[in-house]
Each structure stands twice: as structure tokens, then as C-alpha cells.
Ligand binder design. Structure first.
Ligand SMILES: Nc1ncnc2c1ncn2[C@@H]1O[C@H](COP(=O)(O)OP(=O)(O)O)[C@@H](O)[C@H]1O
Ligand SMILES: [Mg+2]
Length: 286
């Protein structure tokens, strides 16, 4: 199974769970949502064999907001992201030291099931690849189906909700039985986002989700990220600094496996504290 298929399979709940609906959480029920920490990364190092890809990273990723990870190619962005839903474990020879707490709980604790983690933490990949043999609707529902959800009314409802959340419903509602691969590149990426959302993860990880998209499709995905952040924690890797500036509240700058600087996006771009961050955001290296 590909990593992507594995991620979809793992992210499938065994039974329908109530979906967090837009606007359904009253302000009183989540008074300090903005201040909550989604991931508390403590002294994280990640190795591929003898290569150290992530070096002693400490980072607290806030819940219910968008965090961008930026940095030059090969600096460890994807590796760091994949550690957050234990996908890096699928790479032979990969190992880590240090700790990641997710909402206070040790993500790699002895009693924590990686498949449950991947259910709670969804992933959207750089290259959209809908399952080629599946229709638009079956691409969205594949995770639920793999885990035996059969209730037709529930599946139909989840299908529409997920496609609406990913801003694709109006474009595909009359052609749900067409192959997922018949859609444009930008639509396919939104289809993959709908697929990730269909199992209602708590957190959405996105690894350069727009790198293969044209500017119009990119704008749609960015609007979608904006809309999601009231309900979701989103962590997005991007090599596009304008994109990081547009979509995120906080930005982490990585360089050669180290976290160089983390802070409010505006500060990272307008007033970085570290000279390496300054050099990178001003385009002097990269
Ligand atoms: N599967 C792998 N096996 C061995 N080395 C890897 C693997 N994936 C990534 N790396 C190495 O880890 C480092 C970080 O890679 P990556 O996380 O993909 O960086 P980025 O996403 O910032 O481009 C690089 O030196 C890369 O060559
Ligand atoms: Mg990468």
C-alpha cells in the first residue's frame, strides 16, 4: 500500500462519529481554544539511517489556527510534518528521539495505536492522487468504507458535507459518479482534501498542497484553509513564502534540520529576530 493509501486506510473510523459542524461549538464551550497547544514537540530528532534530518527541535503548535513550516528544500519540513501523524514510521530505517505530545498525550506512547493517530491527524500530500479506479464520491468515502461504514444516509450526508467543506460540491454535485481523475488538478487536490476531511480528523497536515496548482486553484485551496481554521488545527508546509504569509497565523522556519525561529507570521516576515530567518525571508538564500 502506498503511504497515501495507508494514510487513508488508517484515518478511517470504525464507526460514524459525530462531526464537528461549522459554528456548532459555542464560544462558551471552547473559551481558550486559541491558546490551546495541539502539538508540544520536545527535543525531537529524526534520523534516516545515519542521516539526521531533524535536530533537537522544540516547538509548540497552537490549536485552532494555521501554522506554516517554511525553509529551503531538504531542511526537514516534510520529515517534521510526517512525524506529527507517525507517517515517518512507514519509512524503513527512520527513527526518532524526543517527544511529541498531542493535546497533552504522548503521540508515541506504548499504548498509542499509530492507526488511531492517523485517524485523528489527516494528511494532504503535495501531489494529489485520487484513486484512479474510483469515482468522485467513492474517493471521498473510501476511508469510511474501508472501515465498514455502510449506512447509506450517513455516507451521503458525509459526502456532501466533506465536498462542501472542501469547496468542491458545487462543481461536482452533478457528476459524482465520474472518475476522480477526470477532475482538473486543482479540483483533484480539493477532492483529496475532502477525502481527508471525510473521516473528521482533529488536525489536518498539508505538505505543499498547492505546489502543483495554478494561481486560481491555489487561491481556492487557500480560501479553504482560511475557512477550516475555525474548526481545525492546520499545519502546512510550503516553499511559497507569500502563501505562508497569506494563510498562517504562526510560522516556523527550518534550516538544515534545525528550527531556527518560530513566531507570529507577521513577525517572522517583517521583523525576524534571527539573521538566518532574515536572509531567507528576504530571498538572500534558499
Ligand atoms: N526516505 C528518506 N530516506 C533517507 N533520507 C531522507 C528520506 N526522506 C528525506 N530524507 C533526507 O532528510 C532530509 C530532509 O528531507 P525532507 O524532510 O524531505 O525535507 P524538505 O521537505 O524540507 O524538502 C534531506 O536531507 C533528505 O535527503
Ligand atoms: Mg518536502
Amino acid at each position: 500500500m502506498s503511504d497515501q493509501a495507508k494514510s487513508v486506510a488508517d484515518s478511517s473510523p470504525s464507526a460514524p462519529t459525530p462531526a464537528p459542524q461549522p459554528g456548532s461549538a459555542s464560544p462558551a464551550s471552547m473559551p481558550s481554544a486559541k491558546a490551546e497547544v495541539a502539538f508540544d514537540i520536545q527535543d525531537l530528532s529524526i534520523f534516516y539511517g545515519k542521516t539526521q534530518a531533524i535536530k533537537n527541535v522544540h516547538l509548540q503548535i497552537p490549536a485552532m489556527s494555521v501554522t506554516a513550516i517554511i525553509g529551503p528544500s531538504g531542511c526537514g519540513k516534510s520529515t517534521a510534518l510526517r512525524a506529527l501523524n507517525r507517517m515517518h514510521e512507514l519509512t524503513p530505517g527512520a527513527r526518532h528521539t524526543g517527544k511529541i505530545l498531542m493535546k497533552g498525550e504522548d503521540l508515541y506512547g506504548p499504548h498509542v495505536d499509530a492507526t488511531v493517530v492517523r485517524r485523528r491527524v489527516g494528511m494532504v500530500f503535495q501531489k494529489s492522487n485520487p484513486f484512479p479506479t474510483l469515482s468522485i464520491s467513492e474517493n471521498v468515502l473510501v476511508g469510511l468504507r474501508l472501515n465498514g461504514v455502510r449506512d447509506k444516509a450517513f455516507l451521503n450526508q458525509r459526502l456532501e458535507e466533506s465536498l462542501r467543506m472542501s469547496a468542491l460540491w458545487d462543481e461536482v454535485k452533478d457528476s459524482l459518479n465520474r472518475p476522480g481523475t477526470s477532475l482538473s488538478g486543482g479540483q483533484q487536490q480539493r477532492l483529496c482534501i475532502a477525502r481527508a476531511l471525510a473521516v473528521r480528523p482533529e488536525i489536518l497536515l498539508m505538505d505543499e498542497p498547492c505546489s502543483a496548482l495554478d494561481p486560481i486553484a491555489t487561491a481556492k485551496v487557500e480560501e479553504l484553509i482560511h475557512a477550516l481554521k475555525s474548526q481545525y488545527t492546520v499545519v502546512i508546509v510550503t516553499h511559497n513564502m507569500q502563501q505562508a504569509a497569506r494563510v498562517s497565523e504562526n510560522t516556523a522556519f527550518f534550516y538544515m534540520g534545525s528550527l531556527i525561529e518560530f513566531g507570529p507570521t507577521e513577525q517572522i516576515f517583517m521583523n525576524p529576530k534571527n539573521p538566518q530567518t532574515e536572509a531567507y525571508v528576504s530571498g538572500r538564500f534558499g
